[in-house]
Write a protein that binds this ligand. Structure first.
Ligand code: ADE
Ligand code: ZN
Length: 326
């Protein structure tokens, strides 16, 4: 069985991390004071006590509220730097970071402030620690496609800093088909495409993301286990899944980690990877997610190595970079 020391020593990439979901209660509390933003909690302990979720939406409500303390470029820098420190501790040498511009522009924060702060931290971590990264701009699927198109438009001056687009937030009732146009526009602009699908939503959403949005990765995707033909397609077409074990148990996708299908999907030849999603809310960073698989699913060292290798294979680093980790 792969123990923590073995897992720590493995170089890893993270491909599914919402930067707003790395806002630890301590920093949230500090920023609420620094920026004079009211949050309905009077202590760090009270914040932590509120983190009991029964589905995706119950989490999202608290997650968007938490993000309201982020105002200045320095706040986005501090948020991102705190996450990158955790990458360093966990031997995560490459990370592809989601951010939700609409969570901030809706509150009157300029997208340049958001991207500026995040990017400065990414540059510093690359220079100081050799951690490489890409940024992925996510559209909030509970909002309209027109609003997603507006967001892509205001991001245009920053496209040099953005690798791709993604789709997140409330999945049920907001199928990928709703965003066909804006994903076609993103493709035209040369951006990579990913989408959350099959977390809470049905397998049809995974198929739509592939057929209609032309994505090259699926975020979560765990409900593919319900459709044999889809599993075969994901395998044939080499579509990676960015799986988030601790997220799935925190949001009650599975009652217990022992029910998680990630290792059986791995053994069936799918390119599955291990990620944190929203580590400040779901109880742990990358190594903690790997460790949970060892403890609950008896993950072997071979399986852990394969998962870590997959994280580079599934990433958007160059083929020459990939050789380094092969
Ligand atoms: N935004 C942040 N985390 C998310 C998740 N797990 N699913 C959908 N949207 C999200
Ligand atoms: Zn996610």
């Amino acid at each position: 069985i792969a123990d923590l020391n073995f897992l720590k020593a493995l170089p890893k990439a993270e491909l599914h991390l919402h930067i707003e979901g790395s806002l630890e209660p301590e920093l949230m509390f500090e920023l609420s004071k620094r920026n004079n933003i009211e949050i309905p909690f009077s202590s760090v302990d009270e914040i932590q006590a509120a983190y009991k979720f029964h589905n995706l939406q119950s989490f999202l409500d608290i997650y968007y509220q938490g993000a309201s303390v982020l105002i200045h470029e320095q706040d986005f820098y501090d948020l991102t730097m705190a996450y990158l420190k955790r990458c360093r501790e966990d031997n995560v040498v490459h990370t592809e970071i989601f951010f939700d511009p609409q969570t901030h522009t809706e509150r009157g924060i300029d997208i340049g402030v958001v991207i500026g702060g995040i990017n400065k931290a990414l540059c510093d971590a690359n220079n100081d620690w050799g951690i490489s990264s890409h940024l992925i701009l996510c559209f909030l699927r509970h909002l309209s496609e027109d609003e997603a198109i507006d967001t892509l438009e205001i991001a245009k001056p920053y496209l040099g800093l953005i690798k791709g687009v993604g789709l997140d937030s409330s999945e049920l009732g907001h199928p990928p088909s709703k965003f066909q146009k804006v994903f076609a526009m993103a493709k035209e602009l040369g951006l990579e495409r990913v989408a959350h699908a099959g977390e809470e939503g049905p397998t049809e959403y995974i198929v739509e993301a592939l057929d209609l949005l032309d994505v090259s990765r699926i975020d979560h995707g765990v409900r593919c286990v319900e459709d044999e033909a889809l599993i075969e397609r994901l395998k044939q077409d080499n579509i990676p899944l960015t799986v988030c074990p601790l997220s799935n148990t925190a949001l009650c996708v599975y009652d217990d980690m022992s029910q998680h299908p990630i290792l059986s999907l791995l053994d069936r030849g799918l390119c599955v990877t291990v990620n944190t999603d929203d580590p400040a809310y779901f109880g742990g960073y990358v190594n903690k997610n790997y460790l949970a698989l060892s403890e609950s699913l008896n993950m072997s060292k071979e399986q852990a190595k394969k998962l870590a290798l997959n994280s580079f294979k599934a990433s958007y680093i160059s083929e020459t970079e990939k050789q380094k980790w092969a």
